[in-house]
Design a protein around this ligand. Structure first.
Ligand code: NAP
Length: 260
């Protein structure tokens, strides 16, 4: 059988919630899961981005500031009214960098909230119904910063390590439920987040945009940024039946930058 003859595994009948699904990696994931047959709900703060995504895939857009716990609880209720979430993609996140002395409490709290606490709260909210159904996928977009340390990113690295730690612990708890829990750990991906890092390098070093981008690219042995679609492909793979044994893992997509 040629690879092109192998039937694609489909996600029809599955509902996926993708946080931060309006742009960047989350958008690529939403498009990919919809292409694979899932009904996709996207959430985030930017109405236009979400509407555009939802319209293009025939999905649902729920505007929500995930840093606001009451708003998040309301979004959880709205999501449940649409249907049972089978696939939760904890993608929304923020990155800020600063030396330790300039990492104030507010910055630490912001970064921990979005990158670690929100995935925890959503996973707690949506896994009981997955367990009842005997099938589910929880996929958290962490980072290779969840596996190693980088300069000026103590809060971000701590938050992504927390997301990875939660994933590993829940794999033990949920081992016999039919629900798998995994983290995807990209290196630099070509999104607004990388654009902002490039702008910061320019500002701090006086290098031009091309040299600043090359500085990020040079962190990977492949000398390139990862494309959002590559992260989406990994998420899609984790949703297949064939991936049911992949549980509690960190899937690193960084061109070999961090070797674990
Ligand atoms: P991005 O382009 O900046 O997108 C971030 C997403 O998160 C947006 O959809 C944004 O939507 C959403 N978001 C941010 N704050 C939010 C809030 N308070 N409430 C609701 N949604 C919020 O970044 P990205 O590169 O796609 O990042 C996606 C994930 O990948 C993040 O967890 C990030 O840490 C991780 N990651 C990225 C890279 C990279 O190099 N790009 C590398 C490793 C890991 P709104 O602004 O509309 O709210």
């Amino acid at each position: 059988m040629k690879p092109s003859d192998v039937p694609q595994e489909r996600l029809s009948g599955r509902i996926a919630l993708v946080t931060g699904g309006g742009r960047g990696i989350g958008l690529a994931i939403a498009l990919r899961l919809a292409r694979d047959g899932a009904r996709v709900i996207v959430t985030g703060r930017t109405h236009d981005d979400l509407d555009r995504t939802a319209q293009s895939i025939g999905g649902h857009a729920l505007v929500c500031d995930l840093a606001d716990r009451a708003a998040t609880d309301a979004m959880i209720t709205q999501t449940r009214a649409i249907g049972r979430v089978d696939i939760l993609v904890n993608n929304a996140g923020i990155a800020e960098s600063a030396p330790l002395g300039k990492t104030d409490d507010a910055m630490w709290d912001r970064i921990m909230e979005l990158n670690a606490t929100v995935p925890f709260r959503l996973t707690r909210a949506f896994t009981p119904a997955m367990i009842d159904a005997g099938w589910g996928r929880v996929i958290t977009i962490a980072s290779n910063a969840g596996l190693t340390g980088y300069g000026y990113t103590s809060a971000y690295c701590a938050a992504k390590h927390a997301a990875v730690g939660m994933t590993r612990a829940l794999a033990v708890d949920l081992g016999r439920t039919g629900v798998t829990v995994n983290a995807v750990c990209p290196g630099w991906v070509a999104t607004r987040m990388a654009d902002e890092a490039i702008a910061r390098i320019q500002e701090r070093t006086g290098r031009d945009a091309a040299a600043s981008r090359a500085a990020l690219e040079s962190m990977s042995p492949q000398r390139r940024l990862v494309e959002p679609e590559e992260v989406a492909a990994a998420v899609a793979m984790l949703c297949t039946e064939g991936a049911r044994g992949i549980h509690g893992q960190t899937l690193v997509i960084d061109g070999g930058q961090v070797l674990k």
